[in-house]
Design a binder for this molecule. Structure first.
Ligand code: 5GP
Length: 128
């Protein structure tokens, strides 16, 4: 059965898309740690990120680098932090999170509750 992220990539489930190319798709995390928290996923459905082949993994990182630059230009922060957890959704993904201190990447912190209009406004600032 297709993962929820494959359904998002295929447009069967809506998402606040930030960018996509032939192989990767980026969209806002629905439970963000910070405004601009974005997920980068490969279109090929692979559960564990380190099961991607070397070319895919390198391509995913290069795509994430572009996405991070757009987030950083749009959201006040010191840097874009990066995390891979992958315990909830069995489809490889990188979290890109605007951070200003180490604790900003603590996933046990409460997530933001944003309205659809707030998500759309953030999407409009970052998407490319
Ligand atoms: P992880 O697998 O890395 O622990 O977490 C999965 C992430 O995917 C979570 O941060 C969660 O908020 C996000 N997520 C799960 N389902 C959806 C969804 O349907 N839409 C979006 N935009 N994000 C999702």
């Amino acid at each position: 059965m297709a993962t929820i992220f494959t359904k998002i990539i295929n447009g069967e489930i809506p998402s606040y898309k930030i960018a996509e190319d032939e192989h990767f798709y980026a969209f806002l995390d629905i439970n963000p740690l910070a405004e601009g928290h974005t997920l980068v996923v490969p279109k090929r459905e692979v559960d564990y990120i380190f099961d991607l082949n070397d070319e895919e993994l390198a391509g995913m990182m290069a795509f994430a680098k572009k996405v991070a630059a757009h987030i950083r230009a749009a959201v006040p922060c010191k840097r874009i932090g990066m995390a891979v957890i992958g315990l909830d959704v069995p489809h490889a993904h990188i979290h890109l999170v605007p951070i200003s201190e180490g604790g900003d990447l603590d996933f046990s912190r409460p997530k933001l509750k944003l309205t659809p209009d707030e998500f759309k406004a953030i999407q409009a600032k970052i998407q490319f």
